[in-house]
Ligand binder design. Structure first.
Ligand code: FES
Length: 322
């Protein structure tokens, strides 16, 4: 993958935790185009440490700018995270960073009905671009933006201006309870589609509610904003690579993918969040604890493919066709 050297030309504090960055090519050249929902991967310090950040575009042009001069991203500081946001929050205007060209795994689909954008926290960034594009194209759109408190919800003033009454804000602080996902789905018309970006519990709740209502899977588009978190009861287990004969112990707090990389293997992967399917590996023995968003119910029940970036072993051992 080619890379682009970028210069940070502007940094704004949107609230105490979120910084918005304006980036230009260090050479001053135009940049590859992107459409709503796209992200760039940013190298965050170490040679192989990359984070993906959605591109924000409030322009109300009908089509994507064919030759943008700047990219805009927003990063929420997570002091408990893996370090990407700390790197980004340590940057100053004038610093240079390396990115990969935009890629869109979360595009707006062509469909009847309303695009219902469901944002959780900083997951609002790709949905903000979608809102602007929908309005530019005269597509029906509304957004539900949930967060803990309004003071920590990035881009809120811009979205209020853009969407007016089509924006509903939910704060746990004011409501005294989390967003009512069931009610949200029940309010949707039969042709409406959901676009969800937020933390894993929100996404899991939306997917469960959609499944309970027998919605076809294409009615819910999503992107997981945060990296998957370990679950209570996660345990260490052995992975055996049948082709090489090697076996390794996967610690309770590490994924199979990370373990294999640490051991010098070169497995295929991309999103590391169980969304893309790139890391799929055949399983020859062992029960899989599926945690991905790729496989359907029958594929899970078959129990012969695992997404090694996120899914684990139910028991003590998995034999992989690697
Ligand atoms: S790397 Fe995308 S599903 Fe595992």
């Amino acid at each position: 993958m080619s890379t682009i050297l970028m210069r940070v030309t502007r940094i704004e504090m949107l609230n105490p935790l979120v910084r918005r960055f304006t980036l230009q090519s260090a050479q001053g050249s135009t940049l590859p185009p992107f459409d709503a929902g796209a992200h760039v991967r940013v190298r965050t310090g170490q040679p192989d440490e990359w984070r993906h950040y959605s591109l924000i575009d409030f322009s109300t042009s009908v089509q994507a700018d064919p030759a943008p001069l700047t990219y805009t991203i927003a990063v929420r500081l997570d002091t408990e995270g893996r370090g990407g946001s700390r790197f980004m929050h340590g940057l100053d205007e004038g610093d240079e960073i390396t990115i990969e060209p935009p890629r869109n795994d979360f595009p707006l689909a062509a469909h009847e009905g309303c695009a219902v954008l469901v944002a959780g926290g900083i997951g609002v960034t790709p949905l903000a671009s979608m809102a602007a594009r929908c309005l530019a194209q005269s597509r029906p759109v509304r957004m539900i933006y949930a967060g803990r408190s309004q003071s920590l919800m990035a881009l809120l003033p811009e979205l209020q201006t853009l969407l007016g009454n089509e924006l509903r804000v939910h704060t746990d602080e004011e409501a005294g309870e989390p967003l009512n996902i069931a009610a949200l789905l029940d309010e949707c018309g039969p042709s409406d589609r959901l676009y969800v970006c937020g933390p894993q519990p929100m996404l899991d709740a939306v997917l469960a509610a959609a499944q309970a209502r027998a919605w076809p899977s294409e009615r819910v588009h999503f992107e997981l904003f945060t990296a998957p978190v370990p679950q209570a009861g996660d345990h260490a287990f052995e992975v055996v690579l049948s082709q090489s004969g090697q076996s390794y112990t996967v610690p309770a707090d590490q994924s199979i993918l990370e373990c294999l990389i640490d051991q010098g293997c070169d497995p295929m992967f991309d999103c590391k969040r169980g969304e893309c399917g790139v890391c799929a590996v055949s399983v020859l023995e062992g029960d899989i604890d599926h945690r991905d968003y790729v496989l359907n119910a029958s594929e899970r029940a078959a129990g012969n493919v695992i997404q090694i970036c996120i899914s684990r072993a139910k028991g003590q051992r998995l034999v992989l066709d690697l």
